[in-house]
Design a protein around this ligand. Sequence first.
Ligand code: HEC
Length: 107
Amino acid sequence: MIKYVKVLMMASALFLLLLQPAWALDGKKLYTTKFCITCHGKLGIAVAPNYPNLAGQNPEYIKNQVKDILTEKRKTKLSRLMTANPVVMKITDEEIAAIADYISKIK
Ligand code: HEC
């Protein structure tokens, strides 16, 4: 019996460990704290007509574009608005992924 309980406890600990990344990063919160919201707007509808809406966009595309913009592989007059923000520049791959996941699910 005790053996059973131990195995069960270990299994649930492992399960929680596996779930952790999904909990650790809140894409919705990051979208605000990393300033994306100031330009791409509440619910991913841009604040200016020449800024892109992000709501419902494919997450893969969002991730690739953010990386290209931050590494200046994609560089335009407008993309410089993103690279000028030191908080945006320090964003990690995991944070980009969490934000992309959140924003892609907004319709
Ligand atoms: C200061 C304003 C500003 C901030 C802050 C900002 N962006 Fe942008 N973003 C822009 C503009 C403007 C463009 C369009 C660039 C261009 O035309 O090349 C853009 C482009 C993009 C694109 C490409 C969209 C497309 O359709 O190709 C993505 C994805 C994106 N931003 C995501 C983000 C994320 C995620 C954050 C937060 C970490 C963020 N942006 C923060 C202004 C901003």
